[in-house]
Design a protein around this ligand. Structure first.
Ligand code: UN1
Length: 494
């Protein structure tokens, strides 16, 4: 297992020799020690990426694509090994660990194919004997700063898009999942990526992240993580007039109408609220339910949620794994007091789980809060754990209103049998993603991913939309008339 930085095609320790430990959140066991980088290491990585850039940019995009196809094939071969490491280092249950890696495979193949598709547009010129067209160009060295909750998938969204477009990358993963970052980067190395094209720097977000953002050779920062950190990245990037794409929090809701298939809604809620222990940006943390079905839905939910089994995600018997670390556990737990204060009722769960071996890791009981009002803190703030708040409403209009009324805007869902309700919701919900008769999670890689309001800053990853983050448009005019033709001026003679 690699546990060092990867700079200019070599695995190297931090210059200072410092390291830090990465641990399994289910057991508290140390997985490995990794490089604790500082400014000097960042500078070396950025310089390597800058040196590698001209050659990588000049490589035909289909050739860059062939390298990414090889990365995709290696990911397929290593899927099981990597998925197990996802579960060990990040904690999500193995089926979801496999999903994380599969999402990276999907994205890598999608972006590899972009090497032969990357289209601009060619349109008629307003002048005779003149061509007008547009192509995408690369930007230079880009920084990819990624979270721990999708430790393979989210890096793949950024890295493969950046690379196919001809950029070189310095990758800074979350401090909770550095071993996975190294395992992912090792696959690019094995696929034959030239030295310096992708560099890995592990270490504390503050110091390493700030140095990366502040480096004059880094032209773009792509960040996914907490709202607090994203805010900081945005301010730092603005000081340097840098392009920055941000993907941050969510307070996603599932609306359940009086005509919904309640058993299906329960499945969707349990999967979206408690999958990945609620630690997805897309996780459902609010259930907005029509009053006519609230009692029945709540009973069904409590019955299901109270039976969810906590444990090590590598065990088949586990439904819900740990949360990422002690600080997360403490934060989630602190919301129980907040909920109580706001008059909500804990219907099931509501505390840290310590039975048997659970005390060795960071486990929080899957929790349902009832009687929550739309403005309560547990209905407005991102808790990022296995906690869902049930809010009762009188009508579809009120449900949509409540849904839209948070500072975030990532994902929403509605369960209804009515096509009128569904289309009204699709039109009037103001989040970046809307699901009908499915939960709030499960975005596919070939469609735009991102949110409105405080979730981001207007960019979208995934699909064709991500190409706009990692490229500059270049517009080309070719005049073959042999004379000076002035646009907007020489209109008469035509
Ligand atoms: C995230 O939590 O930031 O739609 C990403 C989903 C996954 C991606 C989640 N495909 O839940």
């Amino acid at each position: 297992m690699h546990n060092q930085n990867y700079i200019d095609g070599k695995w190297v320790a931090a210059r200072s020799g410092a390291t830090f430990k990465t641990i399994n959140p289910a057991t508290g066991e140390v997985i490995t020690e990794v490089a604790r980088s500082s400014v000097e290491d960042v500078n070396r990585a950025v310089e390597a990426a800058a040196r590698a850039y001209p050659k990588w940019r000049a490589m035909p995009a289909p050739k860059r694509g062939e390298l990414l196809f090889r990365v995709g094939e290696l990911l397929v071969q290593r899927k099981e090994e990597l998925s197990r490491l996802v579960t060990r280092e990040m904690g999500k249950v193995l089926a979801e660990g496999r999903g994380d890696v599969q999402e990276a495979i999907d994205m890598t193949y999608y972006m590899a194919a972009e090497g032969r598709r990357m289209s601009g547009y060619t349109v008629p010129s307003e002048l005779p004997n003149k061509y007008a067209m547009s192509i995408r160009d690369s930007i230079g060295v880009v920084a990819a700063i990624t979270p721990w909750n999708f430790p393979v998938a989210i890096p793949s969204w950024k890295i493969t898009a950046a690379l196919i477009l001809g950029n070189t990358v310095v990758y800074k993963p979350a401090s909770d999942t550095p071993a996975l970052a190294a395992a992912f980067v090792a696959i690019f190395e094995e696929a034959g990526l030239p030295a310096g094209v992708l560099n890995l720097i592990t270490g504390p977000g503050g110091e390493v992240g700030d140095a990366l953002i502040g480096h004059s050779e880094v032209k773009l920062v792509s960040f996914t993580g907490s709202t607090e950190a994203g805010h900081h990245v945005s301010i730092r990037a603005a000081e340097h007039l840098k392009r920055v794409s941000l993907e941050m929090g969510g307070k996603n809701a599932i609306i359940v109408m009086d005509d919904a298939d309640l058993d299906l809604a329960v499945e969707g809620i349990v999967w979206s609220a408690f999958g990945t222990s609620g630690q997805r940006c897309t996780a459902a943390s609010r259930v907005i339910v029509h009053k006519a079905v609230n009692k029945e839905l709540t009973e069904k939910l409590v019955a299901r949620v109270s039976k969810l089994r906590l444990g090590d995600g590598l065990k088949d018997s586990t439904d819900v794994g740990p949360v990422i670390n002690e600080a997360a556990l403490t934060k989630i737990n602190s919301y129980m007091e907040v909920a109580h204060h706001d008059g909500a009722e804990i219907l099931t769960g509501g505390g840290i789980a310590t039975d048997g071996d659970l005390h060795k890791g960071f486990f929080f009981k899957p929790t349902l809060l009832g009687g929550v009002t739309r403005n309560a803190r547990v209905a407005q703030e991102e808790i990022f754990g296995p906690v869902a708040a049930i809010i009762e409403v009188d009508s579809l209009q009120e449900a949509i209103d409540v849904n839209n009324d948070t500072k975030f805007g990532l994902s929403s869902s509605i369960f209804t049998a009515s096509v009128n309700n569904a289309f009204t919701a699709m039109r009037d919900i103001t989040t970046g993603i809307v699901y009908v008769n499915a939960g709030t999670i499960g975005a596919e890689v070939h469609l735009p991913f991102g949110g409105t309001r405080g979730t981001g800053n207007g960019h979208r990853e995934g699909g064709q939309a991500v190409l706009d983050i990692f490229s500059e448009w270049k517009t080309l005019y070719v005049d073959f008339s042999g004379k000076l033709q002035r646009a907007q001026i020489d209109t008469e003679e035509i």
